[in-house]
Design a protein around this ligand. Structure first.
Ligand code: G3I
Length: 373
């Protein structure tokens, strides 16, 4: 039995050879979405810049059958002032996807970030009442979901409402929970279900694949269903790192949500190669400083580590494909990743399958190899 270091060297050589073949063949690399067809769809989040970049759209057209608007369907961009909707960018995104046959995943109807301040403002500067906030939430969701009824595959109805850490409170402290307690969550799901009975309704969050937060997510879904709300699926965001969380935790989380009768969506996959203190994707958790070792590029050894990490994660997805509807990368390429500015602004991360020049990285070949197993 060859020892592990030798095995890993051989695996690394095979991987780099495969990547070399893919990259040097000159032909466009094989399609990710077609490689995983029959198991789960492959998607990408596209920001405003990427949605207008022909080179990025050509890359996406090769590899995806689903797309998520990175920001333009969040409450703030869509309704910056009460009663004043800005639908042009979202309309264009839905048309762009429709023209390419891409399923659209709506993101997101309720979140504590990029929510317009007026949502919680009452008369003469006092906080709005619980009932007023709930009525505004219903009106927002009815207008947005109603406008795109029949054209959105699934909505992230509520995003990141759960607390992190080990406290007794399930809900995170947010303007929503302070104004309405639990009630803003069923209010969102009921409003979305009424506005588009065909769209799948998801709860979306980070770090719910494991630990206390997984249990909180299961309780949240069970409580919604006990209150008569339709919850079709769970969005496991997947903002992971080279070492965390262990694949066994990811697999156990996928299986726990599937056992609860939820379609599993991997909604925001990226794997940061940079050191960080904050886990998951809590935008409010910023680090003031942080090492930025790969500004000039990613060393081969780290490319290989990233490739192995993506491979073990996709091997897990393939093992559990019956439970997984889609895997969406949170960005088309490394230059478009939010991780270049989180948790430390202005760093150079290398978290996706394509580099800043839109070239396939070794991680691409590693993911493709998992489809061939
Ligand atoms: O559009 C405005 C622009 O008009 C303004 O000039 C500029 C400067 O302030 O800001 C622009 O808005 C920015 C927006 O991205 C669009 O570029 C916001 O400031 C910025 O905070 C926002 O960041 C996004 C973040 O969510 C907050 O909405 C990231 O791109 C996006 O990748 C990130 O994605 C989130 C998911 O929605 C939920 N899960 C976690 C994930 C990562 O944080």
């Amino acid at each position: 039995m060859a020892d592990r270091p030798a095995q890993r060297i051989m695996a690394g050589m095979r991987l780099l050879l495969l990547c070399a073949l893919v990259c040097l063949s000159g032909a466009a690399e094989p399609s990710l979405d077609r490689a995983f067809a029959g198991r789960f769809a492959i998607g990408m989040a596209l920001g405003a810049r990427e949605s207008a970049d022909p080179a990025v759209l050509e890359l996406a057209a090769r590899h995806i059958s689903a797309a998520t608007p990175e920001n333009i369907m969040k409450p703030g961009p869509l309704q910056p002032r009460e009663g004043e909707f800005a639908f042009a960018a979202a309309d264009a995104f839905v048309e762009l996807c429709s023209a390419r046959g891409w399923a659209v995943y709506g993101h997101t109807l309720t979140w504590h970030i990029q929510v317009p301040p007026w949502m919680f403002a009452g008369p003469d500067g006092a906080p709005a009442s619980r009932d007023l906030v709930l009525a505004r939430q219903r009106a927002h969701i009815a207008a947005v979901v109603g406008r795109y009824a029949g054209r959105i595959r699934a909505w992230d109805v509520v995003n990141e409402a759960l607390a992190d850490g080990k406290g007794s409170e399930d809900l995170r402290d947010s303007p929503w929970s302070r104004a309405c307690g639990w009630d803003f969550i069923p209010n969102a799901f009921r409003s979305a279900a009424a506005a588009d009975p065909r769209a799948q309704l998801l709860y979306n969050d980070y770090n719910i694949e494991s630990g206390a937060k997984r249990e909180r997510a299961l309780r949240l879904v069970a409580r919604l269903r006990a209150e008569g709300c339709r919850v079709d699926g769970i969005g496991i965001q997947g903002h992971w790192t080279l070492d965390h969380p262990p694949v066994a935790e990811i697999e156990a989380g996928i299986r726990a949500f599937a056992a609860a009768g939820l379609a599993v969506h991997i909604t925001e996959l990226d794997i940061s190669v940079l050191p960080r203190m904050a886990a998951g994707g809590d935008l409010l958790a910023q680090d003031a400083t942080g090492a930025d070792p790969y500004r000039a590029g990613l060393p081969d050894a780290v490319q290989e580590r990233l490739a192995r990490r993506y491979a073990e994660i996709f091997a897990c997805f393939v093992r559990n494909a019956v439970a997984i509807e889609r895997v969406t990368f949170w960005g088309a390429h490394d230059g478009a990743s939010w991780l270049n500015d989180w948790p430390v602004k202005g760093r150079t991360d290398h978290a996706l399958l394509f580099d800043r020049a839109l070239r396939a990285k070794p991680a691409f070949a590693a993911v493709l190899a998992e489809a061939a197993r």
